[in-house]
Design a protein around this ligand. Structure first.
Ligand SMILES: [Zn+2]
Length: 350
């Protein structure tokens, strides 16, 4: 969840994962993730099989200028293609000690920003089920002391962690993102195919739209949800489906994929009415206001100085994710030559 803005406010979603923190530092990949463009920036072409709504299964011409057609596959077969496996966090334990009812109105897409080796969907399930993904519970921030979300997707499987009628803790604290949306995290560990993960996510998203009657315009990136109280309220998540940190062509490309799958099981466009000549329809979605250019005022007061007392399990890497600063910045601020930090030490966070 990426989005997890709790005390970690500006922290990367899974950045605070203690299980990651416990990994030997050599296992932790701190490389700069190449912000490569998606494998293809061309919206996948699809035949616009119906330019108007039709009843599920309708096959006859309506005589109104369009031909309603039979869906090319059933919702059940799309669900099977997505390959969803359930591994719920144990009922009543860890994050599920807290039950908050969800009536899903939105679907929120995240990416884990967890680049460590083997951080696939099952690995995230294991961490969630063991209560290892802790967050800082505070008023106005994380409400339950844990990070949770509904689905994690990697190149080969979707693992479901929560029933779809329970809220997760992934987007915006007590905001509408957590209160109204289903959350999907896309894995980005080394060796995982990004394009296969995106494709599987698009299938899952389309199936969830169908199941919960959620329109395409309510499929949103984590970016959509404003995290109150943070200097950067709109998170750059999922970063590889955003352009310069905000929804643009790549996000539209992703929505077109989702729409293609949705139409394959419904034969009716969820939100668009396209002229028959239009081949690759880019569906309308939430529109985002142009980025405001804000000139930075000259700082007149001292910058905020933060400190962190090292507790068991902390690593420079986990702290860097927690405070959204680099490992080397923490090293420099504290005169550290290496990566070893001892429990109880008070570190200055730049
Ligand atoms: Zn996120």
């Amino acid at each position: 969840m990426c989005g997890i803005a709790n005390r970690m406010g500006n922290v990367n979603d899974l950045g605070i994962m203690r299980w990651v923190a416990r990994l030997p530092i050599s296992f932790i990949f701190i490389g700069v993730w190449a912000l490569t463009a998606c494998s293809s920036s061309t919206p996948s072409q699809h035949i616009d099989r119906s330019s108007a709504r039709s009843d599920y299964g309708a096959t006859a011409s309506t005589g109104n200028g369009f031909v309603a057609s039979t869906p090319i596959k059933s919702p059940a077969s799309l669900y099977r293609e997505a390959n969803v496996k359930k591994s719920y966090i144990p009922n009543g334990r860890h994050a599920r000690k807290y039950k908050r009812r969800l009536d899903p109105k939105y679907i929120t897409i995240h990416s884990t920003q967890n680049f460590s080796s083997g951080a696939d969907a099952w690995r995230h399930a294991k961490a969630l089920n063991a209560g290892k993904l802790r967050a800082y519970k505070r008023k106005g921030g994380n409400r339950i002391g844990y990070l949770t979300w509904h689905f994690t997707v990697d190149q080969s499987v979707v693992v479901q962690h929560l029933p779809t009628n329970e809220q997760g803790e992934h987007a915006d604290f007590d905001g509408p993102g957590n209160n109204t949306s289903l959350a999907i995290e896309m894995c980005e560990h080394r060796g995982n195919s990004r394009s296969a993960t995106i494709e599987r996510t698009a299938k899952l998203t389309a199936w969830l739209m169908y199941q919960h009657k959620i329109p395409l315009r309510k499929v949103v990136p984590h970016y959509h949800w404003k995290r109150k109280g943070l200097s950067k309220p709109h998170k750059n998540c999922p970063h590889y489906l955003l352009d310069n940190g905000r929804p643009g062509a790549k996000w539209q490309w992703f929505l077109a994929k989702v729409n293609k799958h949705y139409k394959s099981i419904t034969s009716g466009a969820p939100t668009i009415v396209s002229p028959p000549t239009q081949v690759a329809a880019v569906p309308p979605a939430v529109t985002y206001a142009p980025r405001k250019v804000v000139s930075r005022p000259i700082a007149t007061s001292k910058p905020l100085v933060r400190y962190h007392t090292v507790s068991r399990g902390d690593t420079l890497y986990s702290l860097s994710r927690l405070y959204n600063v680099s490992v080397s910045m923490i090293q420099q601020a504290n005169g550290l030559g290496g990566t070893v930090i001892s429990t109880g030490k008070r570190l200055r966070i730049p």
